[in-house]
Structure formats: C-alpha cells, structure tokens
Design a protein around this ligand. Structure first.
Ligand SMILES: C[S@@+](CC[C@H](N)C(=O)[O-])C[C@H]1O[C@@H](n2cnc3c(N)ncnc32)[C@H](O)[C@@H]1O
Length: 379
C-alpha cells in the first residue's frame, strides 16, 4: 500500500486550526500526480453514493469487524462535539465511484479543504480512479516546497450555496480558509458575480443561431475571466468547450481548435491525460470536424481566444491572483474587457430577472445534489 513515506514529495503535519494536514516537501508542478493510494479502510455503499438504513447496518457490521488499529485510525480523524462520534467520522470517507464503496486513505484523507475564491483556491484535487482502484491526488496549480496541499470538498465548479454554510451543514466544521475569512462585503461581491455567471451559463446554447456569434464569444471571454478571477479554473474548460462548439457549428476549424485546446489542457491538469474527457477534447482539438454539430449553423469565420484569455488561462494562477486582487474589488479585469468591447460587464453585480433566478436556483439544486455524492452519509 503506498504511503506518504513512499512518496517523498509530501508529509503529514499538524496545521493550526485544522488538525492534521499534508504539505509539500518539494516543488510540485501543476498536473503532477502527487500520490495514488488504495484506501486503508473500505466500507460498503450503494451505487448512488448515498446510504439508506440498510446500508448503515452493513457499514456498522463492517466497522465491527475492523482491527483495533483500523478503528483507532478512524477515531484519529476529527469530529465536531455536536456530532455522533462514529457518523461524524464517516464523513471523512470519500466515494469510490463505480465500486460501491467508500474509502479512507492513510495520506489523502488527511488533505484539508480550501474554498474557491478570489483570495485563494485549492492547489490539488482528488478523484477515484476506477481503472486502478486507487484515489489519485493531482496538483492543479504550482505547489511550492513547504506549502499546504489543499483540495475542495465541494464541487470543482461554481456553486450557488454559500461555501461556509455548505461546509457547516455537510461536514460540520467552520472553514478557516482565506475565502471564508475575508470581509463580508468582499464575499458578497464574489457571490453576486458567481450568481450572475450561473445565470449566464444555461442560456449560452439557446443563443446559438439566434444571436451574433461574435457577441456570444465576447460574453464567453468575460465569463472565463470571471472564473479565473474567482479561482474556478477547472470550469474554464466548460466555457472554452462552449466556444469550441459555437465555432464548430459555423465550421470554423482554426478558431474551434484554439478554444478546444484550452479545454483539453485544463483537463490534462485536473483529470490527467488518461481521462476520457481529455481524450475527447484532444480528438476534437485535432479534428474539429468530428463535432456532432459541425457546420450545423452554416459557414462563417469567428474568433479564437484573445491574447488576454490565453494569458489568463495559461499563466500561473498565483500571478493572476496577485495581479487581479485589486481589479476584483473594483469590478475585475472582466469589467475592463467589457469596456474594451463596448459591452455591459457581465462581471459587475447584476439584477436577475425572475426567469434567471429560477434557472440559477435549478442549477444550484442540481449542483447540491451532485455535491452530496461526495459524502458518505447524508443526515
Ligand atoms: C478529511 S479531514 C482532513 C484531515 C484532518 N484535518 C485531520 O486532522 O485528520 C477533514 C477535517 O479537517 C478539518 N478541516 C479541513 N479543512 C478545513 C478548513 N479549511 N478549515 C477548518 N478545518 C478544516 C475539519 O475538521 C474537517 O472535518
């Protein structure tokens, strides 16, 4: 079983205010697979990732059969005083998707959480690898020697529910990350931008064929800048893919290819080049003509990503954050892109129509349901 002692790049240490945590013992580049681990303890689960009464009985039977060492390992994880000492600790197990199980790993389960925000965002992400039956921990940003390795316990995409409230409700802890501890006005401004962004996303495809495609591409650029400023770099892949689909629908292979390359390169960092998502994006970036809606809207030359988008998507996110902190407070780089295009900024707080609010709420509900797959027991 791989342990941190076999992975000289990381170490488990005490982190003030969070219990134990994992730090990098050397520089780790974005996209690097930090460690793959088979869970030390595996508990049964249903396919859905949720647990019903019968499932709980099976879990307690499995717990009763554990060795003393394994039970002590589980009890070494934190549990809020208000929670049941066993159920509270089961929350640290992560789903082994497709394998009807939840696992607790020696090292990866010690990785703490940080929220996506303009003030800081996770530098790593973990996923169950159904092929190797291991949990993969991957660097999604540069990690410097001595820096804590942090993932997001929430979805990697924008979320409607306020992160501190979600973490309190779902995991029972008060998050002390930079995003949660910033002044309420700053948090509110970010929440409003995310809300406006979430209202924009479901409309994109319905605009294809009805509106000027160059206008849609400009709007997508603004949304990508918001994502970069708010730290949601994974979701950039989705918007770049939307831009690809638009270009491919008009048969513009050159522009489409450039957009899909952004999508592919984000997948390489977050999911790895052995993931299905990366393989599809790689195929479309190479042969945009394979897109199912190729030339469905006719033939027209559109635009690839602007130099600013390429700079934002490819440069070190640390630099982007340091340089954009001031601009986020004042409406963000997205605001200045809008002015240079002479467009209203989608980044500034907007008043949502009833329909937009409804759509944003529906999306939020869906995301909350997806997020719930990340925990073992829902109370
Ligand atoms: C999966 S465990 C991570 C390892 C844990 N810190 C330990 O000591 O074993 C999750 C728990 O770590 C703590 N934690 C993780 N991220 C945190 C954060 N951003 N702020 C405060 N506590 C955090 C909480 O107690 C949470 O329930």
């Amino acid at each position: 079983m791989p342990t941190h002692t076999q992975c000289p790049r990381i170490a488990i240490v005490d982190i003030p205010g969070k219990g134990k945590g994992v730090i990098a013992k050397q520089y780790i580049p974005p996209g690097a697979l930090i460690i793959s681990e088979k869970p030390r303890i595996t508990l049964p689960a249903q396919n859905s990732g949720m647990v019903d009464r019968q499932g709980l009985v099976r879990i307690f039977q499995a717990l009763a059969a554990l060795s003393q060492d394994d039970s002590e390992f589980i009890m070494s994880f934190p549990c809020a005083p208000s929670e049941d000492p066993i159920l509270g600790r089961l929350k640290h197990f992560t789903p082994c998707f497709g394998d009807n199980a939840f696992g607790l790993c020696l090292t990866i389960s010690r990785v703490n959480h940080t929220c996506y925000s303009a003030n800081g965002s996770p530098n790593a992400s973990y996923r169950w690898n159904t092929r190797t039956k291991e949990e993969d921990l991957r660097a999604i940003r540069e990690i410097q020697e001595g820096q804590e390795i942090e993932v997001s316990y929430m979805s990697d995409i924008t979320n409607y529910e306020s992160p501190p409230a979600y973490l309190r409700r779902k995991f029972g802890f008060e998050c002390c990350c930079e995003g949660c501890t910033r002044p309420p006005a700053e948090r509110l401004a970010s929440d409003q931008r995310i809300l406006a962004y979430n209202a924009f996303v479901p409309q994109v495809h319905s605009r294809f064929g009805k509106e000027n495609p160059l206008q849609i591409l400009k709007d997508l650029e603004i949304q990508i800048l918001i994502l970069c400023e708010e730290g949601y770099i994974f979701e950039v892949a989705g918007r770049a893919d939307d831009a690809f689909e638009l270009c491919a629908s008009y048969g513009d292979a050159a522009s489409g290819r450039q957009w899909e390359e952004i999508c592919r390169d984000r997948y390489a960092i977050h999911l790895g080049t052995d993931s299905d998502d990366w393989k599809v994006a790689q195929r479309l970036a190479t042969r945009p003509q394979d897109y199912v809606g190729w030339q469905a809207l006719g033939r027209r030359n559109l635009k690839g990503p602007s130099p600013r988008i390429l700079e934002y998507c490819y440069r070190n996110i640390e630099t982007a954050r340091a340089e954009s902190t001031e601009s986020v407070a004042s409406g963000g780089v997205a605001q200045s892109v809008a002015s240079s295009f002479d467009l209203p900024s989608a980044g500034a707080p907007v008043k949502l129509s009833k329909g937009q609010k409804k759509k944003a709420k529906a999306k939020a509900k869906k995301q909350v349901a997806q997020n719930s797959d990340k925990t073992v027991v829902t109370m």
